[in-house]
Design a protein around this ligand. Structure first.
Ligand code: ADP
Ligand code: MG
Length: 417
């Protein structure tokens, strides 16, 4: 008898409570009808965790520090509130800074997709292409400017871009912008912006420089931290082969024969990228390369070709591939072990999305035991040691201690480039 009452009570409570499902949809976040329509049209129904947490604060004009990995949906998290605030206020402008041309272009595409609905204009200012189109776009008085720090600063210094109305600033992939040595340009740009503004910073990690920037340029920022969406559902099998450098091409080709799906291969330098891509190309695989020696057009073509299946394999350096949104990759190969542990996490995060298990294979030289150890300490997962019948296995040494100051030299070198 008592049980029946309890059950009935629970039922009534459930009926009174708004359905939990509805609370988690985009239409519960205060987004305007016109923007909701486009979200719907593009089949965006349920916000990702960072969107769910950030959009309401961003719509209120609060400063935000968002800590989230690649692929968590940060773009919409800032693009929607920006468009909505600018169109509702009827004045003000937004500047969005990103570390690479590809990322800037991607974010510009997303902004453009939503902008027309609220009668906003965008401009994308990136290096590696002529200034004519950019100057033309700037003369049309865009409401939102998306760009890389170098080129944006260039336009500001030359008087082509006036920043006094820019009362919203977004620093996306902030950690990588500092890694790439953009701090001087970023600071110069910030000095020209109005003091009274909304600043949103997104970063996968929070190094000291990012902390300092947030401390100096933001007002009581709301801190939002999320893990990669669906990380619990996705499992990445992490394996390693220990071998001498000279045998890496052979093993790579063997693995490419055995795995027929899309493969992303990470190398250390742009020279390695060309070299490895040409070896794979000679083995008659469809392969593209992505690194800083390629022209803007070549990089775009490589990315698009990899996304639409023209190329099955993409060989890339970390910087060129950072944040690039490719899903459904069967296997990631770390042809060279990454110089920094963070990069390892980014790299292997590209595989095993959409509920499918992924495979991440790392090639390790015999002397890189300490590097393996420090990666394992970061991720808390042991790399499974594999051997391949066609490739003699070497013994790993130096594994007892994690490598200290891992990758410092390499990243310093990369910065100078
Ligand atoms: P990040 O900037 O965090 O790396 P992006 O903004 O590039 O992530 O989004 C990653 C991918 O997820 C994109 O393909 C994007 O279209 C998709 N996406 C973003 N938000 C949603 C959502 N709410 N529902 C479904 N897909 C989404
Ligand atoms: Mg992004």
């Amino acid at each position: 008898m008592k049980n029946i009452f309890i059950k009935a009570g629970i039922k009534i409570l459930r009926l009174l409570k708004p359905r939990k499902k509805d609370k988690k949809l985009f239409n519960s976040l205060g987004i305007s009808e016109s923007l909701l329509k486009i979200l719907n049209k593009n089949k965006f129904v349920k916000p990702t965790p960072i969107q769910f947490k950030a959009i309401p604060h961003a719509l209120e004009g609060k400063d935000i520090v968002g800590i989230a990995q690649t692929g968590t949906g940060k773009t919409i998290a800032f693009a929607i509130p920006i468009l909505q605030r600018l169109s509702e206020n009827g004045h003000g402008k937004a500047l969005i800074l990103l570390p690479t041309r590809e990322l800037a272009q991607q974010v510009a595409d997303v902004c453009a997709m939503f902008a027309t609905a609220v009668k906003m204009r965008t401009a994308c200012l990136i290096g590696g292409e002529g200034k004519d189109r950019q100057l033309r776009d700037l003369r049309r008085n865009p409401n939102i400017v998306i760009g890389t720090p170098g080129r944006v600063n260039d336009h500001i210094q030359h008087g082509a871009m006036r920043t006094k109305d820019f009362n919203i600033l977004v620093l996306d992939e902030a950690d990588r912008m500092f890694d790439m040595g953009f701090a001087p340009q970023i600071n110069r740009i910030i000095r020209t912006l109005p003091q009274k503004r909304q600043t949103m910073l997104f970063s996968a990690t929070i190094p000291d420089e990012v902390m300092a920037l947030a401390g100096n340029n933001m007002k009581d920022p709301v801190r939002i931290e999320v893990s990669r969406s669906g990380s619990a559902a996705v499992k990445v099998h992490q394996q390693m082969y220990v071998l001498r450098s000279a045998l890496k091409p052979l093993l790579a080709l063997k693995l490419l024969e055995e795995h027929k799906g899309q493969v992303l291969i990470f190398v250390e330098t742009r020279y390695d990228a060309s070299k490895v891509a040409s070896i794979i190309h000679h083995a008659k695989h469809k392969v593209a390369e992505l690194h800083s020696d390629r022209s803007m057009g070549q990089r775009k073509e490589a990315m698009e070709g990899f996304k639409n299946g023209k190329y099955r394999i993409l060989v890339a350096t970390d910087i060129a591939a950072r944040g690039i949104d490719v899903t459904g990759i069967e296997m990631v190969i770390n042809y060279d072990i990454p110089a920094e542990n963070d990069a390892y996490v980014h790299r292997i995060g590209r595989t095993g999305r959409a509920g499918k298990d992924g495979l991440a294979i790392t090639f390790v030289r015999p002397d890189q035991g300490g590097d393996v150890k420090s990666i394992e300490e970061l991720t808390g997962v042991k790399l499974e040691l594999m051997t391949h019948p066609a490739v003699p296995a070497e013994k790993l040494w130096g594994y007892e201690h994690a490598a200290a100051n891992r990758g410092w030299n390499q990243s310093a070198l990369r910065r100078k480039r």
